[in-house]
Design a protein around this ligand. Structure first.
Ligand SMILES: [Zn+2]
Length: 280
């Protein structure tokens, strides 16, 4: 895949180079089906597994970009957002003249489904509180991340996706983990990871935060508010996006104040200055 700079106001756009450069903007309206990954579809054209790239873009403050892909799936890379972050750092990020808009949450929006829950609340900056409860060896884990104070690169980007060895055959039969391996996921045995040590404390829940940031990017702009998620997943994340998009009285478009951002790119849009190849 190739990531290209884009003019201010373009947002994040996927381009299928194998289909006459057909474009699919990364916005909630095009969310297709959601199970183990998030997919977008426009006029029958699919783009699958969008969440890790979108997460890295929000985390690194890139607003405008064209992501060229020559098939229907984004590369899984190492199962985290780290390779994207490294690609962005290697080419640099250029600020643009137009001011950055964010979605400032004005009142609570909540989605509950059985014991799964997700809600977004007014708050300055962008903070996330996530709790997961998976079978052993993961168990119950929580993480609180303040994207305004903590850097995405050190706290979130490196967290890899994970899967249970016991589920592997079932998932492979369903065609869901084509190419999944010890190189692109934490593989879990009964006692813990079977492919080496974890990269981060709480890597499992941090990966869910990574996914959440990527899925909420489909709101079209960075969120300004506090998100709480419990046992959620891609379906709950994207349900929150559509609920938010439908309820126009729950948020306003705002310009992000400088103090809420760690980088000097705070009040501008940002793009990549030159194209970058990832996972080619
Ligand atoms: Zn993921």
């Amino acid at each position: 895949m190739r990531l290209l700079p884009a003019p201010a106001g373009s947002g994040i756009v996927f381009r299928r180079t194998d289909l006459d450069n057909f474009e699919i903007p990364a916005i909630g309206r095009y969310v297709a089906k959601v199970s183990y990954a998030t997919s977008l579809m426009r006029q029958g054209v699919l783009i699958q597994t969008t969440e890790h790239l979108l997460s890295a873009l929000i985390g690194m403050g890139v607003d405008n970009i064209i992501a060229e892909v020559d098939n229907l799936e984004l590369p899984i890379l190492d199962g985290s957002a780290q390779p994207y972050v490294e690609a962005f750092l290697s080419v640099g990020i250029r600020t643009q003249r137009r001011r950055r808009e964010s979605i400032r949450v004005l009142r609570a929006i909540e989605v509950r489904e059985g014991d799964k829950f997700i809600g977004v609340y007014p708050g300055s900056g962008y903070s996330i509180e996530y709790t997961i409860d998976f079978p052993a060896p993961v168990g119950r884990q929580s993480a609180s991340v303040d994207l305004a104070a903590e850097t995405y690169g050190s706290a979130i980007a490196a967290a890899r996706t994970f899967g249970y060895q016991a589920d592997e055959k079932k998932l492979r039969d369903m065609g869901l983990i084509r190419g999944a391996s010890a190189e692109n996921a934490i593989i879990l045995g009964p006692q813990g990871p079977v492919n080496g040590p974890l990269r981060l404390d709480g890597e499992y829940v941090r990966h869910k935060v990574l996914d959440l940031i990527g899925d909420l990017a489909l709101a079209g702009r960075r969120i300004e508010g506090h998100v709480v998620a419990e046992r959620a997943g891609h379906a709950m994340h994207t349900a929150l996006v559509s609920r938010l998009m439908k309820d126009r009285s729950a948020w306003e478009l705002a310009h992000v104040p400088v103090a809420a951002e760690p980088a000097s790119t705070a009040e501008t849009n940002a793009e990549l200055p030159i194209p970058v190849l990832v996972g080619a």
